[in-house]
Ligand binder design. Structure first.
Ligand code: NAP
Length: 268
């Protein structure tokens, strides 16, 4: 049975994620790219933008103008936190289902956007991490933590990353804490001879952040108990890693009538 066609607008097509999204959408049989939003190339066609497919798709510099002129089911936003929020709100108000990949949403903002989505009975997805493998790593770590509560997380990223620990490490620790009792780890009398040697302490669970050129985004969750260790590891090698998650979010958002925050909540 052929799948129903989904008409899509992409905001941020020139970005590293946006380029991958254009490729994924144009390569997917039941997806149609209707338009893109790029503040610097209004009035052009996608084919006139560098490194883009030779397609006669219109470029708008403003999302509102775009949705007034183009019929679309879904917005994929891979821009910046401020524009991501603006586009999310405009999409909900105008009956376009948003799939948002930008980060930085507060709990209050999520509650606010959730009530708009509920009131309008429209699906929306905000996913700070679209890498399906990273979500599975977190879920497997949570599953294992129930039986092996001594845990150290080692996350490794490129040296341009500004925050430490990574959002994924923090989220992993949060999910683990849902099943793990608060406890200290290591020897009760252990002493750090060098500051930071034992990493950050989150309820006794330790998080270590490594920053080096050459790395992309990697995380290992190490669990230990008597006579055995378990290691759960995920590596993101390039941004194409995020696209199966974006595709899944686009397909799922069509069936939702509420906002879902986090790809893990779309994966059974
Ligand atoms: P990037 O290469 O800097 O791309 C961002 C693009 O968005 C740029 O081309 C930028 O254009 C454009 N842009 C900014 N404001 C815009 C607006 N109002 N309308 C249309 N386009 C606009 O960044 P990236 O690595 O692709 O990441 C994009 C976003 O996704 C970031 O917020 C990042 O944190 C997030 N991200 C999410 C995931 C996930 O799994 N959810 C993974 C990686 C990254 P200019 O060059 O003109 O500024």
């Amino acid at each position: 049975m052929s799948q129903e066609n989904i008409r899509i607008i992409i905001a941020g097509p020139r970005g590293k994620m946006g380029k991958e999204a254009v490729k994924m959408v144009t390569d997917t049989e039941h997806f149609t790219l209707q338009a893109v939003v790029d503040t610097k190339n209004a009035g052009k066609k996608l084919s006139e933008l560098e490194d883009q497919p030779n397609l006669d798709i219109p470029v708008y510099d403003d999302f509102i103008t775009c949705i007034n002129e183009v019929d679309a089911d879904v917005l994929i936003d891979l821009t910046k936190p401020e524009s991501g929020k603006k586009h999310l709100e405009a999409a909900l108000e105008n009956g376009v289902r948003p799939v948002i990949g930008t980060t930085g949403f507060t709990d209050e903002e999520i509650r606010n956007y959730s009530s708009i989505a509920e009131e309008k009975e429209i699906g929306a997805v905000i996913a700070p991490n679209f890498a399906v493998g990273a979500i599975l790593m977190m879920k497997f770590a949570q599953m294992a933590a129930k039986y092996m509560p001594d845990i150290e997380i080692i996350e490794k990223h490129h040296d341009q990353k500004l925050d430490a620990p990574s959002g994924t490490a923090v989220k992993t620790a949060q999910m683990i804490k849902e099943v793990r009792q608060s406890q200290t780890q290591g020897h009760p009398d252990e002493k750090e001879e060098m500051k930071g040697a034992r990493g950050a302490d989150d309820d006794g669970l330790r998080i270590h952040s490594v920053r080096l050129p050459g790395l992309v985004a990697h995380q290992e969750v190490l669990l230990g108990t008597t006579g055995q260790t378990l290691s759960i590891k995920h590596d993101t090698i390039d941004r194409s890693a995020f696209m199966p998650g974006v595709k899944m979010a686009v397909e799922t958002v069509m069936k939702l009538d509420m906002l879902v925050y986090g790809l893990e909540n779309l994966m059974e």
